[in-house]
Design a protein. Structure first.
Length: 198
């Protein structure tokens, strides 16, 4: 009986009426237009109904014959869905842990950046103040030496020389401060990029 079903299925597939449905470029509109054009609609419908009935029987027999395999595959799919669900849960937990870790790192980092910035500014301000105080001291000393007349001329020249060096150091310190600020901004951007890519 199994051979009889296989023969009927093969004959169904070879029948020109049904073989059109297996074509890659099958078009419903074209098929319908041809059926209407040839005026064999009732005959075509009867053949299609017979083919559908035969396919239903074949499908039923295939399900019955492969019942165990189909159940095993369904069970396997359920197991796979369970594994996928478990993996999804673990991935979500891992993402949450990464987010918590990022928060634990980013918040202290932002505080450290703020403190480093304050400290750097304080150091620069202290250094500049020391240099300005030195310049003020040298200026006051120079004024006294200039009032002393020609006998203080050597000391006044020495004070002018020291004032020139002090001004040069002040300008150099200002340039260094600008360079340090630029470097710090570059380092901060690099670290933030690294944190965002985690």
């Amino acid at each position: 009986m199994e051979d009889g079903k296989e023969v009927s299925t093969n004959s169904l597939l070879k029948d020109e009426c049904y073989s059109n449905f297996l074509d890659e470029d099958f078009d419903v509109k074209t098929y319908t237009a041809q059926a209407i054009h040839h005026a064999v609609i009732a005959e075509q419908l009867a053949k299609l109904a017979q083919g559908i009935s035969q396919l239903d029987k074949e499908l039923h027999s295939q399900v019955v014959a492969r019942h165990e395999d189909l159940l095993a595959q369904a069970t396997g799919i359920e197991s796979l869905e369970g594994v996928l669900q478990m993996m999804q849960t673990r991935i979500s937990a891992l993402q949450a842990a990464v987010e918590r870790m990022r928060t634990k790192i980013v918040d202290p980092y932002n505080k450290i950046v703020g403190r480093i910035t304050q400290l750097a500014r304080l150091q620069v301000a202290c250094d500049l103040l020391r240099r300005i105080i030195r310049i003020l001291y040298l200026s006051k000393r120079l004024q006294g030496q200039l009032q002393g007349g020609s006998r203080e001329i050597t000391k006044a020249a020495q004070s002018i020389n020291e004032l020139g060096k002090a001004f040069s150091l002040l300008v150099f310190t200002l340039h260094l401060c600008q360079a340090a600020v630029c470097d710090f901004q570059i380092y901060r951007k690099s670290f933030r990029f690294l944190m965002c890519s985690m």
